[in-house]
Structures are given as structure tokens and as C-alpha cells.
Design a protein around this ligand. Structure first.
Ligand code: PMP
Length: 324
């Protein structure tokens, strides 16, 4: 709609997937000015295709754009771009019964050719799509999470709350370190004191207490504001769980795991949905979460969320947007 030449855009089109041609002097290749989003398109039983809370992704892309000195795409244009791509890729949206989806990856980068350090005056915006099954090869199984004391994902005043490529570049060694210790994922602590929980490399973290409270780290500026996180807080409130967003000190949490005060933990994100955490590992030892299995509340929240996404129960919060 508004990405016209008069508004500084070069127009838009849907083209077959293929290589990009970029000058070696393209700004993003040198200064990393790149932001992205991740959403899913879900097929419902009647064949229609929907996505989940895309306005929240559009708004987050705008916040990321502001932080990375890139232009903001309107919510309307963002939605239009998703609709255009999913309409063209409609045959690739998996069947409703498969519990799979079409993953959508919108991204924007600085495309001006120059080598000086300054904001770019040209950007490219793309949306690509790919069918997606389970995020972890083992499916919905309790995760083993490695607590890294070596790497931090984001610093105060940095880009931690933005969804930009560089944050993931800085998290990769932490993921490798986790894999070396036999873990599925890495947990990053805050970069200043290295004592409180931030998030995993691609998921937010929750804990459930024996007395029915749902705990999650408050948004400190170095944690990604997950759409799944926000939705779970809402679903939990609906169930009468007491929701607590606060600083979660890792050592206290490990004690609460030992004493049985925390009974379940899980990680969440668009790609992984909700995945139980069964065990933490660190240089100092291992800690089991509950009996190391999948918690009841965790699995029931996952069921409710996916039931909404696949249109199996009423969308009481109006979270779904039809794409096709
Ligand atoms: N934290 C990080 C670092 C992530 O990459 C993601 C995935 N986008 C999340 C949290 C979860 O966010 P969402 O629920 O919006 O997918």
C-alpha cells in the first residue's frame, strides 16, 4: 500500500525463491544493520490459513528498526507482505492434522553501498517462507539446558530487546558450548552481574511454583519481548494463575528446584511453541526440574495455545488473522 516510490520504496513484488545479488560494499555486510521476525501460518480444518498476532511482530519489527536505525514498516504493509507471500506459497502450508506450519521470515537490511560508518539510506525488505515441523529433533521432550557462565547474549543499552542478526551471532558460541555438554539449549544470564536469568538463544523462560504462581523474568531491555511469552501470560491469567514478572536470580531458582518449590519450567517461542525444561547443567553440577519430565501445566498451556492457533477452540482474544 504505502511502499511506493513517492514514499521512498522501490515497489514490491512476489518472485520465485533464489539468490540475491549484492555489492561487496553493501552496508549490512560490514556493520550488521539487519532485523528480522518469525511467524507461522497455520492451516485450519476448513482449509483456510491463519497467522497468530502478526501486529505484535509488526510492532516489534518497528521497535527493532528504530534501534538499528532502519525505517519502520507500517503494520498494514507488514500484513500485506505476509498475505502476498502466503497466497503464493499456499500449497506449501501443511495440512491441519500435521501439527506443522509454514514458517515466515520477514527481514530488512541496510542495502546502500558504502564503507563509512553511518546509517544507510537504502534498505531491502524480504519475506521468505518454509514448511516447519518440530523445533527440536526429539519433539516435545524435556530440554536439557546449559547455563553458560562464559558468554552473554546482550548487554544493557545494547540491542538485546531488538530482533537483529547480531544478537544471534553473539549467542552461537553459547549454543555450541551447550551442545558440548550434551544440552539442547543454552541459558544466558544478565551480562552485568551474571546472576539473573535472561533467556535461551531463541526462547523466553518460565517457572511454575507449587503454590500455582507463574514466574518469568521481567523485560529488562536485554530480553526479547516474545509474542508467545506475552500470550502465555494472558492464558495463565485466564486460568487464575498468579503471574509474576520479576528478576529471577539463578542461584535462588536452583535452590527452589532443589526444595521442590518450583515444580515445572518451560521455554517458549514461535518456533518451539512451549517446551518443558527437564534439567539444568552448569560447571557446578546438574539440577532436575520436578521429576525431569514434562509438567502438567506446561503441557496443558501448550495444548491450549496450539488449539487456538490451529482453530480447534474459539479464538477468544481475537489473536488470529486470516491470510488465505
Ligand atoms: N527470545 C529470543 C532470543 C528469540 O529469538 C525468540 C524467538 N523470536 C523468542 C525469545 C521468543 O519470541 P516469540 O515468542 O515472539 O517467537
Amino acid at each position: 500500500a504505502s511502499w511506493t516510490r513517492e514514499n521512498g520504496w522501490g515497489g514490491s513484488e512476489v518472485i520465485p525463491f533464489g539468490p540475491l545479488s549484492l555489492s561487496p560494499a553493501t552496508a549490512v555486510l560490514h556493520y550488521g544493520q539487519e532485523i528480522f521476525e518469525g511467524l507461522k501460518a497455520f492451516r485450519h480444518a476448513d482449509g483456510s490459513v491463519w497467522t497468530f498476532r502478526p501486529e505484535r511482530n509488526a510492532e516489534r519489527l518497528q521497535r527493532s528498526a528504530r534501534r538499528l536505525a532502519l525505517p519502520e514498516l507500517s503494520v498494514e504493509d507488514f500484513l500485506e507482505s505476509l498475505k502476498a507471500v502466503v497466497a503464493a506459497d499456499e500449497p506449501w502450508v501443511p495440512e491441519a492434522t500435521s501439527e506443522e506450519s509454514l514458517y515466515l521470515r520477514p527481514f530488512m537490511f541496510a542495502s546502500e553501498e558504502f564503507l563509512g560508518v553511518r546509517t544507510s539510506h537504502a534498505v531491502d525488505y524480504y519475506v521468505i517462507a518454509s514448511p516447519a515441523g518440530p523445533y527440536f529433533p526429539r519433539g516435545v521432550q524435556p530440554l536439557v539446558v546449559w547455563i553458560t557462565d562464559e558468554y552473554a547474549r546482550a548487554g544493557a543499552g545494547g540491542t538485546g530487546a531488538a530482533k537483529c542478526g547480531g544478537n544471534y551471532a553473539s549467542s552461537l558460541l553459547g549454543k555450541d558450548e551447550a551442545a558440548e555438554h550434551g544440552a539442547d539449549e543454552v541459558l544466558f544470564l544478565d551480562s552485568e552481574t551474571h546472576t539473573s536469568i535472561d533467556e535461551l538463544s531463541g526462547m523466553n523462560v518460565f517457572a511454575i511454583t507449587r503454590d500455582g504462581r507463574l514466574l518469568t523474568p521481567s523485560l529488562t531491555g536485554s530480553i526479547l519481548e516474545g509474542v508467545t511469552r506475552e500470550s502465555i501470560l494472558r492464558l495463565a491469567e485466564d486460568r487464575g494463575l498468579e503471574v509474576v514478572e520479576q528478576k529471577l536470580v539463578m542461584s535462588e531458582l536452583l535452590e527452589q528446584l532443589g526444595s521442590g518449590e518450583i515444580t515445572e519450567m518451560f521455554a517458549c517461542g514461535t518456533a518451539a511453541v512451549i517446551n518443558p525444561i527437564g534439567e539444568f547443567r552448569a560447571h557446578g553440577g546438574t539440577w532436575s526440574v520436578g521429576d525431569g519430565g514434562s509438567g502438567e501445566i506446561t503441557l496443558s498451556l501448550r495444548q491450549e495455545l496450539t488449539d487456538i492457533q490451529y482453530g480447534r477452540i474459539p479464538d477468544r482474544h481475537g489473536w488470529l488473522t486470516r491470510l488465505v
